[in-house]
Design a binder for this molecule. Structure first.
Ligand code: ADP
Length: 218
């Protein structure tokens, strides 16, 4: 099974990718998480990406493509879920060429259709663990103890790119650069729209029915 999760920031791609990857024993390749890991480890790529990410801009295609091709090659022929990649038409075209060379293809692209109000609410309330990357929301998914990660006890923080001005900019970048991918994958007949506004359990139910219908195998 090879999936792409498409949708604006805050649509729930990461949350659902995590659940689906455990269920289907697929590798969850989250571009944002991999980039943030590069920043923490102070790699050359991390140094190039840091300011770009913090201001809500997109990391250049060439850098992201190279990084993701390496990740996909590492996964080999196993199942994978791409979360946050591709995000531009250029990335989508390069990914198609790359997969074709490896005689692989995408099974489906799930488009998380999400309203602006829900996006802003989710992102502004999001808190993340500085150590294990655990994801919380001040109201929807509160930790047991305020400001502390349930899983590892580390401190929870707001991501630098989850502030109102940067959220707005990321939404603009999504509309300009990423939303054209909806048509791109529609033309390939692999686009499936899902309701990103739904709460997590409700959307998981929708996805289960969808996967049964599509007979998606690992
Ligand atoms: P979100 O989906 O909530 O925006 P991510 O963690 O997926 O959060 O991405 C955070 C940031 O990482 C993006 O705003 C962008 O700067 C960078 N990034 C992630 N994926 C890509 C990509 N495919 N191309 C370019 N930049 C990316």
């Amino acid at each position: 099974m090879r999936l792409v999760l498409l949708g604006p920031p805050g649509a729930g791609k990461g949350t659902h990718a995590k659940i689906l990857s455990e269920k289907f024993k697929a590798d969850h390749l989250a571009t944002g998480d991999i980039l943030r890991q590069h920043i923490r480890e102070k790699t050359t790529l991390g140094a190039k990406a840091k300011d770009i990410i913090e201001t809500g801009n997109l990391v250049p295609d060439a850098l992201v493509n190279e990084m993701m091709f390496e990740e996909i090659s590492r996964v080999g022929k196993k199942a994978f879920i791409l979360d946050g990649y591709p995000r531009t038409i250029g990335q989508a075209e390069s990914l198609d060429v790359f997969l074709k060379k490896q005689t692989m293809k995408l099974d489906a692209v799930l488009d998380f259709e999400t309203s602006e109000q829900v996006i802003i609410d989710r992102l502004s309330g999001r808190r993340v663990c500085t150590k294990c990357g655990g994801n919380y929301h001040t109201r929807n998914i509160p930790p047991k103890k305020e400001g502390v990660c349930d899983k590892c006890g580390e401190m929870l923080v707001q991501r630098k790119d989850d502030t109102p001005v940067t959220i707005q900019h990321r939404l603009e970048m999504y509309l300009k650069e990423t939303s054209p991918l909806i048509q791109y994958y529609k033309r390939q007949n692999i686009l499936v729209s899902v309701p990103g506004d739904y709460d997590v359990p409700e959307l998981q139910t929708v996805l289960k029915t969808l996967f049964d219908e599509m007979k998606l195998a690992v």
